[in-house]
Design a protein around this ligand. Structure first.
Ligand code: OAD
Length: 250
């Protein structure tokens, strides 16, 4: 196990407010591909401009629908891992906990997290490309669906490149980064804004910040920010046990 930065453990124990930002790395151990990992990352093998932009959808809606459907089916059979479960447990022991995710897979909720701030939407929902209405239910078939109100094409309710983030989720995430005592950034390459700025915002406002990644990604944050290299499914449960040794096993 890693050598814990004592400052992080002490800060977690006494924190009034812990904020966490997660990225695709947190779900990697559940078998969901990340975006930018060499060889296996989705953006290593597919062109985001074809699959994750409004222009790409206009050009070939069936292709986009079918790609997201395949991902949705994969997410549906995935199960939350120990990293997701440890974050759900942490929510129950700290006075205030903000879990901000860039993931669209819903695995935090399925692990038991009660209040997840989804910055990039959720692949399990669809909305109308024209009027943005979200139908209560939809037929998840290969065929492209249409809106029951205006007849527009249905698209996944995720944020594509060039689109705005859901304003409420973004303002909640920014408020969390501004007001937390401890900020954990887990399993993200920290390149997509505005999420990528959140650890810096937290650090500037005095939070103790820890970056967890399988690579030495955390090093580029410099000395003021702690980092641990390893799997989130191992590090996050171990961090939980180190900070709260009396907790029952998750
Ligand atoms: P990335 O694929 O960019 O980064 C995943 C990070 O997780 C990498 O830095 C990996 O080294 C790390 N990683 C992989 N497996 C890990 C593990 N088991 N434990 C810990 N770390 C691990 O994914 P995101 O940062 O989430 O946006 O990407 C941000 C956004 O870019 C996504 O939400 C998506 C994408 O385009 C939209 O679709 C809008």
């Amino acid at each position: 196990m890693p050598v814990w930065p004592a400052e992080v453990i002490a800060a977690l124990r006494s924190a009034e407010h812990v904020a966490v930002l997660t990225g695709a790395g947190v779900s990697a151990e559940s078998g969901i591909p990340t975006f930018r990992d060499a060889l296996t990352g989705l953006w290593e093998n597919y062109r985001p401009e074809d699959l994750a932009t409004p222009e790409g959808f206009r050009r070939d809606p069936r292709l986009v629908w079918s790609w997201y459907r395949t991902r949705r089916l994969r997410v549906g059979t995935a199960v939350p891992n120990a990293g997701h479960r440890a974050l759900a447990a942490m929510e129950r022991v700290v006075p205030r906990f903000s879990l901000v995710t860039q993931n669209v897979d819903g695995l935090h909720e399925r692990a038991g997290s009660r209040d997840v701030i989804e910055l990039h939407g959720n692949i399990g929902r669809v909305k109308c490309f024209d009027c943005s209405r979200i139908p209560d239910r939809f037929d998840d078939t290969e065929a492209l669906g249409h809106c029951g109100f205006c007849g527009g094409m249905l698209r996944p309710d995720v944020v594509w490149f060039g689109e705005f983030l859901p304003p409420l989720a973004l303002s909640r995430a920014q408020e969390a980064a501004l007001s937390c005592d401890v900020f954990l950034s887990i399993g993200t390459s920290n390149v997509v804004e505005p999420a990528a700025s959140l650890p810096w915002t937290a650090a500037r406002h005095g939070a103790v910040v820890l970056v967890v990644n399988t690579t030495d990604e955390g090093q580029r944050f410099g000395e003021r920010i702690h980092h641990l290299t390893g799997l989130s499914g191992e590090i996050v449960p171990a961090l939980l046990r180190a900070a709260w040794p009396d907790l029952l096993p998750i």
